[in-house]
Design a protein around this ligand. Structure first.
Ligand code: IMP
Length: 435
């Protein structure tokens, strides 16, 4: 039986991973985040209450689960402390149940200032980042001038590192971006104030995971963002700054690929994206409004309205290959309930040319797709509510046909279908931990 499961997004994030992690966490020992930072927003509905998590893994909602923040993440301490306090107000106590890798990198106020200044200067060619300082924090990590969680142990060294970083960033902020400089004391105090609390949560993450794997404990590795936002495999440069695909699990936690038993790709039955960048199946006007309202498509981190579009099977197949997906979980089926017809993009073709770009191939430059148009298959809608349905056989025949068609096109099993935001609104065809 599977013990280590990865749950990651196959699209541009916001696929509903948080709910699925939460749903599968009942019998789990550990939930581990391996990349990203507080750019993520995982929305959970617990006892009819909405809880949005940004950095703490979704497992925290369950009392017996240990949540781990791995070395591949970037952490904003200000935001993490806020999240801890928010959970405590909701009678969830994370201090003893969240373990943080000492090698995770910190997001500081100058990273946020740089992120915002850059986006402002780029103006119409901006990326549309979440403005949380994610890119600059990862750049610091790679350029080897980043500040790591373990630096909180030595305030003297921390001071030197912050001064060095501020020399560099303030020069750019003031002279190039014409923004205000960042004050050293504010930066230092932000870290010093939370150092003790954070250090009390620091643990040797790989060692804990090796032991857990040896002991056959159940572990979920929880992805943030999605495959198409991956720094290497996404729609560059309109991507985030980490590896949100399956490789990030290994580099971001310290375990090897053979330790992963089952990889679940979460996909909405339509698509959304926040921020800029190519989106071939994007819709506008009434259909966009329909998805926006019925699917409640506003970003949980920034509140921005998400762009919406039809499901793109070409990209989904790419996500299946890149991540070696075992199976898919389809979410938000109920959002399609009132549509007369539903489109699925099954191929791309060059406009005015009567052939596919390259059948079943994803080796194309997505960013230069100006002449490429989607080829759609149109399926009839079912015009009945599927909200809250918990068994496949209870779905309207046309909804079953829609799901079967997706499965046929992608060639891997659909193991879970989500029919609403609550934990219970879920159809499980195969439980990943029981196969
Ligand atoms: P960054 O991660 O803030 O640098 O933003 C880069 C791109 O990724 C932007 O298009 C963001 O909107 C997008 N992005 C980052 N995190 C998420 C997420 O959790 N869900 C959806 N989009 C995200």
């Amino acid at each position: 039986m599977n013990k280590t499961i990865v749950i990651l997004g196959t699209q541009w994030g916001d696929e509903g991973k948080g709910k699925i992690v939460d749903f599968l966490t009942k019998n789990v020992d550990f939930v581990v985040r391996y990349q990203g930072g507080n750019n993520a927003g995982h929305t959970l509905i617990v006892n009819k209450k909405k809880i949005i998590l940004h950095q703490i893994p979704s497992g925290i909602i369950h009392k017996n689960v240990i949540s781990i923040i791995g070395n591949g993440t970037v952490i904003s301490l200000v935001s993490l402390i806020k999240e801890i306090k928010m959970l405590e107000k909701n009678n969830i106590f994370p201090r003893d149940r969240v373990y943080i890798s000492p090698y995770a990198s910190l997001i500081l106020n100058y990273h946020i200032a740089m992120d915002l200044a850059r986006e402002k200067k780029l103006n119409s060619s901006a990326i549309g980042t979440t403005g949380k300082g994610i890119g600059p924090a990862y750049e610091d990590k790679v350029s080897r001038m980043g500040i790591k969680v373990y630096d909180l142990n030595n305030l003297h060294v921390l001071k030197i590192k912050i001064k060095r970083a501020l020399n560099y960033y303030n020069y750019q902020l003031v002279n190039f971006y014409k923004e205000k400089p960042i004050d050293y004391k504010t930066t230092f105090n932000e870290l010093a104030e939370s150092a003790d609390l954070i250090l009390s949560m620091v643990k040797d993450v790989p060692k804990i995971l090796y032991k857990a794997i040896e002991n056959k404990n159940s572990i979920i590795f929880e992805g943030a963002q999605g495959t198409l936002l991956d720094i290497d495999h996404g729609t560059y440069p309109y991507v985030t700054s980490s590896n949100s695909t399956v490789g990030g699990v290994c580099t971001g936690t310290g375990i090897g690929p053979k330790a992963l038993d089952y990889i679940l790709g979460v996909s909405k039955v339509y698509m959304t994206r926040v921020g800029l960048g190519p989106f071939l199946t994007e819709v506008f006007d009434e259909i966009d409004n329909y998805f926006f309202i019925k699917g409640n498509e506003s970003g949980s981190t920034t509140g921005r309205r998400r762009r919406t579009g039809w499901l793109d099977i070409v990209l989904l197949k790419k996500a299946i290959k890149i991540n070696s997906l075992t199976a898919l979980c389809l979410t938000k089926l109920d959002v399609l309930d009132e549509l007369q017809e539903i489109k699925i993009c099954v191929d791309y073709k060059i406009s005015n040319v009567n052939s596919s770009v390259k059948k079943n191939s994803f080796l194309f430059l997505y960013n230069t797709l100006e002449n490429i148009i989607p080829v759609y298959e149109i399926l009839p809608g079912w015009n009945t509510s599927t909200a809250g349905i918990t068994s496949f056989d209870s779905l309207p025949i046309l909804a079953q046909r829609y799901i079967n068609r997706i499965q046929e096109l992608v060639g891997i099993p659909i193991d879970i279908i989500s029919t609403g935001p609550s934990r219970n609104d879920t159809i499980v065809l195969r439980n990943p931990f029981k196969v």
